[in-house]
Design a protein around this ligand. Structure first.
Ligand code: 5GP
Length: 192
């Protein structure tokens, strides 16, 4: 039987670059992505079941009631939740199970005592965060202002994480996150 895998929680303010970092880490076949449920609308290019399980609020509420989520939170007016079962399966198979969740969710899992590697990705400074959000071009100016205010508040949560990685250089950040997740040490052939 494979050794139990590792839960890898990656959080950080929106625009900190965490999605790009997570995409890079996911290129490793030993890593599996936790597909969250959300009530927000899909963005262009997003695929249901791959990026998120998109659902309406009544369905999300019934999923909460049947205990489908390990944690859930309201972020920017939408609901997001991490389903239980895929994580159990992936960890039993010895995988690194990657959760890209907001700081409330990460802090919640930590408070529940779930063993894992908890990483906070910090932007080098708030003006670079604004530039990244603007370049991404997916949000209106009001949404960007809301996300920036939220980011300032979220930065305070960094002390609740095991590790804070300042995303100054993408390659270095990816390498550091992989190292912290033990992805160098694991023999490549150990996971089917
Ligand atoms: P976005 O709408 O930009 O994809 O995500 C908004 C925020 O929700 C991000 O910080 C993202 O990491 C977070 N998020 C995504 N899935 C979950 C989840 O299952 N639980 C929690 N708590 N946050 C999540």
């Amino acid at each position: 039987m494979a050794a139990r895998g590792t839960m890898l929680v990656v959080s950080g303010p929106s625009g900190s670059g965490k999605s790009t970092i997570c995409k890079r880490i996911l290129a490793d076949p030993r890593v599996e992505f936790s597909v969250s449920a959300t009530t927000r609308a899909a963005r262009t290019g997003e695929i249901d079941g791959r990026d998120y399980h998109f659902m309406d609020k009544p369905r999300f509420r019934s999923e909460i009631e049947r205990g489908a989520f390990i944690e859930w939170a309201e972020v920017h007016g939408n609901l997001y939740g991490t389903p239980h079962l895929p994580m159990e399966r992936a960890l039993a198979a010895g995988k690194v199970f990657l959760l890209e969740i907001d700081v409330q969710g990460g802090a919640h899992l930590k408070a529940l005592g779930l063993p894992g590697v908890y990483i906070f990705i910090a932007p080098p400074d708030l003006s670079s965060l604004r530039a990244r959000l603007e370049q991404r071009g997916t949000d209106s100016p009001e949404v960007i202002e809301r996300r920036l205010a939220k980011a300032q508040e979220e930065m305070r949560a960094r002390e609740r994480y095991d590790h804070v990685v300042v995303n100054e250089d993408l390659e270095r950040t990816v390498a550091e996150v992989c190292r912290l997740a033990g992805l160098e040490a694991m023999p490549r052939g150990s996971v089917r």
